[in-house]
Design a protein around this ligand. Structure first.
Ligand code: UGA
Length: 434
């Protein structure tokens, strides 16, 4: 099948590459000339494990090509994915200007039936707006389908190639057949393609992300209470996660959720509720608790240093909002580092992938180190914000010699309490005894 993907951001590039891998002829379109030039040269602009291998193969075999020209990109395409940014506006609602601009252009240039697919996370009613923008000038028949994406950064290729489910919102039988054919290679193990109307598909995406954000937030609150009552959140997680109605995943308490999706989507769903005069109380609580959770370790640090961080050096391990990504959007580390700097501390940092992105924001305000141990040299304490695997079993003895004080503030509960005690560390974590 001939496919066009408009927007070569994270979702667009993974979508395009993976559909090329299943044998389709894919053209990715973007208005960013430099990005397209890089892609044409074979450079993958994002860090995503496994993507480069698929990308190289499909580019080499001619199934994956790039252009800045929309009309050229959609020529002969049976399906056209819209994977464009929907940044939050000031009031929290998603800004649709990029999607509607492309929809408007499509109205003029479509010259045969095509299925236009909203892949971006878009508010309820967007498929209708996209339809209206195209139909104004369209000379041919077309369908607009909502097909939200559920992939996680860091495991995006795997999530895309083996989805738990595919959600498709369409009221057109013709479009349904096209979508069934497109996704058939990805659901061979029997995972469902779930058809519904457009609005329900749009709502499904927000419900999924908000539910997961709520699940994490619930555990963060349990963790906070565990600290007060003297219980251990790790045990609670095991104790409840084994109940199949609850499930084991997304129950890890920590320093709060971040990233480009959960914060934005919870906020957008809250805005939608408000627009429809529904007071969705849980969502507000989720946002409030998460804001506080991100700052959770700071009072512990302040108390440890008896109220003043002036002149102290704090080492930070982990800048990305989660492992296997260089994405620092809404990452708890940044907020914490800014607080430390304002309090007069010096900050040394290490992250295996995200340092370049942070350099762009913090410049020389912090010291970037080439290894986790270099960040510890002469530091007064260590704070951990991302659970990169290499932080899980570090050389504690070496760390103890480098650090001025054997103290760790761990926002990801990486280490065993007993072990830390035996090694003489003062160890703060989330929802467990000190
Ligand atoms: C999330 C969803 O998981 C995807 O299904 C969805 O497609 C995507 O948003 C999107 O809307 O595009 P992502 O933001 O890549 O994916 O990252 P997650 O792995 O979901 O993690 C989100 C945040 O929750 C991270 O900050 C992570 O550290 C935190 N988290 C996750 C916890 O604090 N505890 C957990 O148990 C799990």
């Amino acid at each position: 099948m001939k496919i066009a993907v408009v927007g070569t951001g994270y979702v667009g590039l993974v979508t395009g590459t993976c559909f090329a891998e299943t044998g389709n002829q894919v053209t990715c379109v973007d208005i960013d000339v430099r990005k397209i030039e890089r892609l044409q040269k074979g450079e993958v602009p994002i860090y995503e494990p496994g993507l480069d291998v698929l990308f190289d193969r499909n580019v080499a075999e001619g199934r994956l090509v790039f252009t800045t020209n929309l009309a050229e990109g959609i020529k002969d395409a049976k399906v056209i994915f819209l994977a464009l940014p929907t940044p939050p506006g000031e009031d929290g609602s998603a800004d649709l200007k990029y999607i509607l601009k492309v929809a408007d252009d499509l109205g003029y240039i479509l010259d045969q039936y095509a299925v236009i697919i909203d892949k971006s996370t878009v508010p309820v009613g967007t498929a209708e707006k996209v339809h209206a923008a195209i139909v104004k000038n369209a000379k041919v028949d077309f369908d607009v389908v909502s097909n939200p994406e559920f992939l996680r950064e860091g495991v995006a290729v795997e999530d895309f190639m083996k989805p738990d489910r595919v959600v498709v919102g369409t009221s057109s039988e013709k479009a349904k057949k096209v979508m069934e054919k497109l996704y058939a290679p990805l659901v061979r193990q029997g995972n469902p393609v779930i058809f519904m109307d457009e609005r329900s598909a749009e709502m499904t995406k927000y419900a999924a992300n908000s539910f997961l954000a709520m699940k994490i937030t619930f555990m963060n609150e349990i963790a906070n209470l565990c600290e007060k009552v003297g219980a251990n959140v790790d045990d609670i997680r095991r104790g409840i996660g084994t109940d199949s109605r609850i499930g084991k995943r997304f129950l890890f308490a920590g320093i709060g959720y971040g990233g480009s999706c959960f914060p934005k989507d919870v906020q957008a769903l809250a805005k939608t509720s408000k627009d429809y005069n529904y007071d969705f109380r849980i969502l507000q609580s989720v946002m409030d608790v998460n804001d506080d959770q991100k700052k959770k370790l700071l009072p512990m640090v302040e108390t440890y240093f008896e109220g003043s961080l002036k002149g102290k050096t704090i080492a930070v391990w982990g800048l990305a909002f989660k492992p296997y990504t260089d994405d620092i959007r809404e990452a708890p580390a940044l907020e914490n580092i800014n607080f430390l700097l304002e309090a007069g501390a010096k900050v040394t940092v290490y992250d295996p992938e995200a340092m370049n992105n942070v350099k762009g924001i913090l410049g020389d305000k912090v010291t970037f180190c080439h290894t986790p141990y270099a960040a510890l040299d002469d530091a007064d304490a260590l704070m951990i914000f991302t659970e990169w695997p290499q932080f899980r079993t570090p050389e504690f003895e070496k760390m103890g010699k480098l650090l001025k004080n054997k103290v760790i503030f761990d926002g990801r509960n990486l280490y065993e309490l007993e072990q830390m005690k035996e090694m003489g560390y003062t160890y703060y974590s989330i929802g467990r005894e000190k």
